[in-house]
Design a protein around this ligand. Structure first.
Ligand SMILES: [Zn+2]
Length: 66
């Protein structure tokens, strides 16, 4: 079962911690920021601390108006 990008509905890796594809992620945050977000979320996931991570980037995302 695969996940879909919450913005463009494109299929993304199910292991992706963020429900946003590379295109949308990079388009909004830029390569550097996007990879940083992914890394932080993966770190959080590894620590079983994914409680608030799903909202961190999304709030930012909405603010910038995709
Ligand atoms: Zn997308």
């Amino acid at each position: 079962m695969s996940k879909k990008c919450i913005y463009c509905k494109k299929d993304i890796h199910e292991e992706r911690v963020l429900d946003v594809c590379d295109v949308c992620g990079v388009g909004v945050w830029g390569h550097k920021m996007f990879s940083t977000i992914i890394k932080k979320m993966e770190d959080a996931r590894d620590k079983d601390d994914l409680v608030s991570t799903n909202t961190i980037g999304i709030k930012d995302f909405d603010k910038k108006k995709f």
